[in-house]
Ligand binder design. Structure first.
Ligand SMILES: *[C@@H]1O[C@H](CO)[C@@H](O)[C@H](O)[C@H]1NC(C)=O
Ligand SMILES: *[C@@H]1O[C@H](CO)[C@@H](O)[C@H](O)[C@H]1NC(C)=O
Length: 303
């Protein structure tokens, strides 16, 4: 559908819906659910299909990828997924926390609700692949979920091994620039996402903010990482949205890594954590526990 129609539909929804209630807006949902053309034609769009027949002789744990706030399974860790597939990892992804009015924009629901969706997906991957454990890799809100799901969902910490979180807002984000991710579709998708957020609300945003429900829960004084789970937090000194002091998990056994310790020239920002070959190398090293293997440093996206 034409992007102009989408924007028009969203404008109608905006003027008629009560804000910021996530209750269904009086607007033709068919107009909202379409992904803008400008996004799907962007070179960075698209993830491999989940292939539950996948098996790997070198990496027994399937890797479940968890996108960030306002992103989805097709935009965010999708290029990492392709990269991991080339290295013989089996990967799986889902869009979690999406509103029915805009199923292409994930992570908006309360984190506790999304955690149930993610736990169900982990069980589905285990069932269908026959693997005994998965690894979780998440970016931003997805990074928080990589730590929060094993902590909050019954039985999950027993069936995950490696947890990798890229710039997770563990200690309360001041989180107003996340739609920068949608620069990849240009201003059109960025504006569309901003309008959808205003229309359907964003409980997930509140949960991740300073004083938000999930932030409080994760900082209640009990350990974040569960016994047997091997956690790596990957952060950038140039992350303005979720700086390292907001992401660090200061617990024994948790690896807290700055990209710049390995790649000093890389000026990547928060969104850039998803699309950086240096970060991809650090992720692979965490999954293989070959922590000092060389990585291909990148210059990084600064936003
Ligand atoms: C899924 O994986 C199996 C096993 O590796 C392979 O034979 C099959 O072609 C894959 N299917 C798709 C759609 O890629
Ligand atoms: C996108 O929006 C920014 C800020 O509003 C503006 O400076 C820029 O020119 C716009 N880009 C395009 C391609 O329209």
């Amino acid at each position: 559908m034409a992007v102009v129609n989408l924007l028009f539909a969203l404008s109608v929804a905006l003027t008629t819906a009560a804000l910021p209630s996530p209750s269904p807006a009086p607007v033709d949902a068919r107009d909202l659910i379409s992904i803008p053309d400008a996004l799907t034609t962007a070179p960075w769009y698209g993830a491999p299909e989940n292939n539950f027949s996948c098996s790997s002789t070198t990496h027994p744990n399937p890797v479940v990828l968890l996108h960030g706030l306002s992103a989805d399974d097709q935009v965010d860790l999708n290029l990492l997924q392709i990269y991991l597939n080339k290295l013989d990892f089996c990967t799986f992804s889902l869009t979690y926390g999406a509103h029915t009015l805009a199923p292409w924009i994930g992570g908006l629901k309360p984190l506790a609700d999304s955690a149930v969706e993610i736990a169900d997906f982990v069980r589905e991957v285990l069932d269908k692949t026959g693997a005994s454990k998965v690894d979780l890799v998440g970016h931003s809100e997805g990074g928080v979920q990589a730590l929060y799901v094993p902590r909050s969902q019954p039985g999950i910490s027993d069936v995950v091994e490696h947890l990798v979180a890229l710039g997770p807002a563990m200690h309360g984000a001041e989180y107003y620039g996340f739609t920068d991710l949608w620069y990849i579709g240009g201003n059109v998708t960025r504006d569309a996402v901003a309008l959808v957020l205003k229309t359907v609300g964003c409980a997930g945003c509140d949960d991740l903010a300073v004083g938000g429900e999930t932030t409080k829960e994760l900082n209640d004084g009990n350990p974040v990482v569960q016994p047997g789970n091997k956690a790596t937090i990957i952060m950038s000194t140039n992350d303005k949205l979720v700086p390292p002091e907001k992401s660090i998990v200061d617990e024994e056994g948790v690896r807290n890594i700055l990209v710049q310790d390995t790649c000093p020239e890389d000026q990547l920002g928060h969104a850039g954590l998803a699309w950086d070959t240096g970060v991809w190398g650090l992720i692979v090293n965490a999954l293989t526990e070959d922590y000092d293997a060389p990585v291909t440093c990148d210059t990084g996206l600064t936003f």
